[in-house]
Design a protein. Structure first.
Length: 564
């Protein structure tokens, strides 16, 4: 991976826009981000948001947020609100251009009437099964509907009756009259309108016919004078229909559809339909569970919008589907937090240390920088006393050769405090080490020795009496399989949920962490980045681990470079 290249690369979409502007086809750029409000946004949507809003920003144009709300059964206001919050949090703004496809229902209806008048649409009374059976296959043409040659007058009257609620759900649909033998199945008289006698989250009971995606999307783009309508590759075949509708209606503004590869990521599921299952079946605590690949989940976990935007920039925009290694996302999060997160101390797997030559009633306060390289972050005070917590992993009874931390007889530095030497261990009835007896060198105050004596290990620690007991939530990937969506082995994605994706520990934290606000992100030295969660109470704060400090991405890159 090359170092951060901030200049936007000229991917194929930017090349197309450059040419459109240079050739005078357009004088400005208008894009849109068109989510269906049927779930929370995930990191795949973040890619689309960065692309659409990013283009608008780069070219001095605008990007609309348009809710594609044509399916009343699955859509809810909760989703509309979360989506707006997520886009804003990502750092983008739609200005006055908050739109809803449902705002165009009247206009879309009139366009449908226009198609009927042109003889380009008809009301089909075939059942859903008949329509499916007569559609043909990839190798065989479809069959014309027996209702295909209804007169314009009859179609106008039937469509009016559909709208008036006189016909039953499923009784008939409005279809475009294109070509039942087209090699592109999408063009075999696609459905434009269907009857749905359900309330809509915005239009209530005003409508009982609802337009289909393919009819709605291109016309909404045209109504808003979108210039470049960017969607994912699975809509490639739908482009012919997008263009067909616009060719018949001839709106004043003529948008074009371009397709790019959707984001797929290892160990991750990116599909609202599947994410909703995880939520509804209780596999996670909600849409914003910190293990979810949703924008709200990542925000709660401590990921910043900058890290997400950097990630989207690094993966780029291409025309071929691929799978992005989740380690790249973790790398971007780490790199971002490394620069911005204050350093503090907490112990997540505690082992007691008693410093036998330290006076029992004495407490010292050490003033420590919040970031070793960024003085502007300031300092905080950390109390030191005779009884401390250190990390259990920082002690070994039998130390291997390169182990420079605590073991009997060894001297280490307690970060910014003193040198201590392990003298003895205390065991419980099971023989397990429960306490270390140490001595400290009063001449090493601040964590360095006047005689220039060197110690190799530097450990983090917390004064036991002053510690804040917190809940630390340690997360691992939600799925154990690299591609949980691969069903070739007959398995379901839920078969691969990682049973150990959440581990809860009691952690002891320096007192400063009892005072920080929810959402505060910091590095617990040597343990990873942590974010204070809203679930906590003043007595028991909760911290989510955002990422560990271990970077597997650099290693992957080195291997790839070595290979080739
Ligand atoms: P999902 O597949 O998760 O259900 P969707 O495509 O149904 O997503 P929409 O609300 O229709 O969700 O998506 C809004 C926009 O986000 C669309 O333009 C869509 O192409 C884009 N988008 C959705 N998923 C991804 C992804 N994984 N990578 C890139 N863009 C995506
Ligand atoms: Mg969709």
């Amino acid at each position: 991976m090359s170092e951060t290249n901030t200049a936007p690369t000229r991917d194929f979409i930017r090349q197309i826009i450059d040419a459109d502007l240079a050739g005078g086809k357009h004088t400005g750029v208008v894009t849109r981000f068109p989510p269906e409000p049927n779930g929370y946004l995930h990191i795949g949507h973040a890619k689309s948001i960065c692309l659409n809003f990013g283009l608008a920003k780069e070219y001095g144009g605008r990007c609309h947020l348009r809710f594609d709300d044509t399916n009343p059964t699955k859509e809810e206001t909760e989703y509309v609100e979360s989506i707006q919050g997520d886009v804003r949090w990502m750092g983008f703004d739609w200005g006055e251009h908050l739109h809803y496809a449902s705002d165009y229902f009247e206009q879309l209806h009139d366009f449908a009437v226009e198609l009927i008048r042109q003889g380009k649409a008809y009301v089909d009374h075939q059942s859903a099964e008949e329509i499916r059976a007569n559609r043909g296959t990839l190798t065989e043409p479809g069959k014309n509907s027996p209702y295909r040659d209804r007169s314009v007058e009859e179609n106008l009257e039937l469509f009016a009756r559909m709208r008036a609620g006189e016909l039953a759900e499923g009784e008939c649909v409005l279809r475009a009259k294109i070509d039942m033998a087209s090699p592109n199945v999408v063009l075999r008289d696609p459905t434009l309108y269907r009857i749905r006698k359900v309330s809509h989250h915005r239009t209530g009971d005003a409508w009982c016919i609802y337009p289909m995606y393919d009819f709605t999307h291109c016309l909404s783009d045209a109504i808003e004078c979108v210039t470049h309508s960017i969607c994912t590759l699975e809509f490639e075949n739908n482009r012919a229909l997008y263009d067909w509708v616009l060719d018949q209606i001839k709106p004043a503004c003529r948008p074009r559809q371009y397709e790019f590869a959707r984001l797929n990521m290892t160990y991750t599921v990116l599909s609202k339909r599947r994410l909703i299952q995880l939520v509804k079946e209780g596999h996670v605590s909600g849409w914003d569970d910190p293990r979810m690949p949703t924008i709200s989940g990542m925000r709660r976990r401590g990921v910043t919008p900058e890290a997400l935007r950097t990630f989207c920039e690094r993966i780029g925009v291409a025309k071929a589907d691929n799978m992005v290694d989740v380690a790249l996302l973790e790398f971007c999060i780490r790199e971002d937090l490394n620069a911005r997160a204050p350093r503090v101390m907490g112990v997540i797997n505690p082992l007691k240390v008693t410093i036998e030559n330290y006076p029992e009633d004495r407490v010292e306060e050490f003033e420590m920088p919040l970031h070793p390289e960024d003085e502007s972050m300031g300092t905080r005070k950390v109390p030191f006393s005779r009884t401390l917590w250190v990390e259990r992993d920082d002690f070994r009874e039998e130390a291997p050769k390169k182990f420079h931390r605590l073991y009997p007889g060894n001297e280490v530095r307690l970060r910014y405090a003193y040198y201590v030497t392990c003298k003895d261990v205390v065991r419980n009835a099971d023989g397990e080490v429960v306490e270390l007896i140490c001595t400290y060198d009063p001449a090493s105050r601040g964590g360095w020795s006047e005689d220039g004596r060197k110690v190799k290990g530097t450990l983090h620690w917390v004064s036991a009496e002053h510690a804040v007991a917190a809940e630390a939530r340690l997360y691992d990937r939600l799925f154990t399989k690299e591609n949980p969506m691969d069903t070739r082995d007959g398995s379901d994605f839920k078969d691969h949920i990682n049973p150990d994706s959440l581990q809860v520990r009691t952690a002891y934290l320096e007192p400063y962490l009892g005072t920080v606000a929810d959402g505060y992100v910091c590095q617990f030295e040597r343990l990873g980045y942590f974010c204070k969660d809203r679930d906590g109470t003043p007595e028991k704060p909760v911290f989510n681990r955002t990422v560990t400090l271990r970077d597997s991405w650099a290693r992957i890159e080195r291997q790839t470079d070595a290979k080739g």
